[in-house]
Write a protein that binds this ligand. Structure first.
Ligand code: AMP
Length: 248
């Protein structure tokens, strides 16, 4: 079984985001970038499937600028077999990403596309769903458990207030939620080993995908600043103030 794992390079989840002065996006200058956390989880699951002897190959792919190779190297160090950079300087929108992934899934003969449920930069949560539609493959979103038996994949999904279990026939698209697993730390020997793993490069044009943006960002706003707190002298004062506030 061959698994395709798309990994996006995004602003590290620990970084405090700053909106650019023109309000058209966030400031990326000198900001730490990392693999999208949900993609790390998807990749961990795929690597575990290799280790269990269920999968034969895990191909990591990113669509982004040349520097995005760093997340592919991390993916290779985590255990991906090989990697593909689809190089573009245009910030890719979910539909373009889905079209590129659909083409790669077919060209690479993937049986499963295991991706993150959402990229934490744009919070779109669209790519997996669009990809499944383009390929006309069954999909299970928000997976918290994945098990494979022959050409059947069973997925436990996180839904409001509980879980839902689905059974799909491969080939399929599955998107990873937070509780699917705890990704491994990348060890130094594995980082060194990853240097000799294959990393191919292509571009959207070669895959027949047009990258012209279809969306225009009009405004990006930070959440309102929190008001300063107050210090009360006693529990009684606290209760009085809470009561007064509740009556407002
Ligand atoms: P989104 O629909 O943008 O929230 O992204 C959902 C998932 O699609 C991400 O978690 C990634 O697995 C994948 N994805 C989105 N954009 C890219 C990209 N530029 N390169 C690789 N994978 C991506």
């Amino acid at each position: 079984m061959k698994i395709l794992v798309p990994v996006k390079r995004v602003v590290d989840f620990n970084v405090r985001i700053r909106v650019k002065p023109d309000g058209l996006g966030v400031d990326l200058a000198n900001v730490k970038m990392s693999m999208n956390p949900f993609d790390e989880i998807a990749l961990e699951e795929a690597v575990r499937l290799i280790e269990a002897g269920t999968a034969s190959e895990v191909v990591a792919v990113t669509i982004g600028p040349a520097v995005a190779q760093d997340v592919l190297r991390t993916a290779l160090a985590m255990g991906a077999t090989r990697a593909i950079l689809v190089a573009t300087e245009v910030a890719p929108e979910p539909l373009a990403v889905a079209r590129i992934l659909a083409r790669l899934a077919r060209d690479q003969g993937a049986d499963l596309v295991l991706l993150g449920k959402q990229a934490i930069d744009d919070d779109a949560n669209q790519t997996g769903q669009m990809l499944a539609a383009l390929l006309d493959w069954p999909q299970a979103t928000f997976a918290s458990e994945v098990s494979i038996d022959g050409d059947t994949v069973r997925v436990v999904r996180e839904v409001d207030g509980g879980t839902q279990t689905l059974e799909l026939t491969l080939p399929a698209v599955v998107s990873a939620d937070l509780r699917l697993n705890q990704p491994r730390f990348v060890s130094l020997p594995n980082i060194l080993k990853a240097r000799s793993k294959p990393l191919d490069q292509t571009d959207p044009g070669a895959l027949g995908v047009e990258m012209t943006p279809r969306l225009k960002v009009l405004r990006t706003e930070e959440p309102p600043a929190r008001k300063a707190g107050i210090i009360v002298a006693s529990v009684d004062e606290l209760i009085d103030r809470l009561r007064a506030q509740a009556l407002l």
